[in-house]
Ligand binder design. Structure first.
Ligand SMILES: [Zn+2]
Length: 335
């Protein structure tokens, strides 16, 4: 599971244990809903009826109904997977249970006694692209943000209902989709072709993130995403991309971090390129060749997803590489 994983209150907390306890718990399994595909299904549904009076609101309502159906299907899939995992022998992960790595294990009750404290999560991919299909703009606009909140509220409400009904820790998850961002896009394109602002790049935008190519200040990016992070109980992250010179400007870094904390961003990260010329040792952002010695023997260390990885051009799939190429630096000051 990704590093953004979070655990909401434990509905199965044992007497005397704070439900907010994080230690000994984790995400047990996720299911991710690919939002742009549902938006296309909603659109095609209306085209089939061929109603000349169909409005944008009809399209949105159609989408919300399909989304609700898929959230319920995701719930069924999660329960099936959870039951399957619970049917495994404790011998499969003996260390984990015997050492309370997963808390609450009671041998007489099987591993469910420990796993029921974890979360099972409904994730999402491509909110920005789904909004483009539905209303022709994403959540960097007020109309887009209104609809985004409606969508996230549905995820949140359903997970809260499932949690009570099944006594399992259902949660809303802003999926990392490190591979799915590409595989889902490829399938989408086979079915629907290239649609501007939707499938004209090699990836779908991560969860509810602002698309990486939007020119914004770091403060604007935080303003937008912080309006949606509160709907997620099972994990989210907000990144800003800064250029290499930012590492020498600790005052600016501090200001950005404080701003994110003030806006209640639960998990915040600043990405700066950290490339190294393997011939002369120059460090900074190096794109084609070293500005000092001209060498092309470069290690490009970028935070592409949650973790720092070696050379991103070999460590990630084509979708994620394309996303990195489309990323713009977030520049500008607080207004
Ligand atoms: Zn060099």
């Amino acid at each position: 599971m990704g590093c953004r994983t979070a655990n909401g209150a434990d509905i199965n907390a044992e007497p005397g244990v704070n439900p907010q306890t994080k230690d000994g718990r984790g995400n047990i399994c996720p299911v991710t809903i690919i939002l742009p595909t549902l938006a296309m299904m909603a659109k095609q549904g209306l085209e089939v009826i061929d109603d000349p009076y169909a409005t944008e609101e009809d399209l949105i309502n159609n989408f919300m109904n399909i989304l609700d159906e898929k959230i319920h299907e995701a719930k069924d899939m999660l329960i099936e997977r959870f039951e399957w995992i619970c049917s495994q022998s404790p011998e499969a992960a003996k260390f984990m249970y015997e050492n309370n790595t997963m808390m609450g294990y009671h041998p007489e009750e099987g591993i469910r006694s420990a796993l029921k404290h974890g979360t099972i999560v409904i994730g999402q991919l491509g909110l920005a692209e789904a909004l483009q299909i539905l209303i022709g703009k994403d959540h960097t606009t007020p109309e887009g943000m209104d609809l985004a909140k409606r969508i996230e509220q549905l995820f949140k409400d359903r997970c809260a209902e499932f949690k009570q009904e099944y006594k399992l820790n259902f949660g809303v998850y802003y999926t990392p989709a490190e591979n799915l961002c590409y595989t889902a896009l490829k399938k989408f394109r086979l079915q629907y072709g290239i649609i501007p602002n939707v499938s004209d790049k090699d990836f779908f935008t991560n969860s509810m993130h602002v698309p990486v190519w939007h020119q914004l200040s770091p403060f604007d990016k935080i303003d937008i995403e912080s309006q949606l992070t509160g709907y997620s109980s099972a994990g989210c992250i907000t990144y800003v991309e800064l250029d290499a010179s930012a590492v020498h400007n600790t005052k600016a870094l501090e200001q950005i971090v404080n701003y994110a904390m003030d806006k209640d961003i639960p998990y915040f990260a600043i990405n700066v390129p950290s490339d190294t010329c393997l011939d002369c040792g120059y460090q900074g952002e190096i794109n084609d060749k070293c500005p000092m010695c001209g060498s092309t023997n470069i290690q490009q260390l970028r935070r592409v997803t949650g973790y720092l990885t070696g050379n991103y051009t070999t460590a990630f799939n084509l979708g994620k590489q394309d996303e990195v190429h489309h990323r713009v630096k977030h520049v500008g000051v607080m207004e």
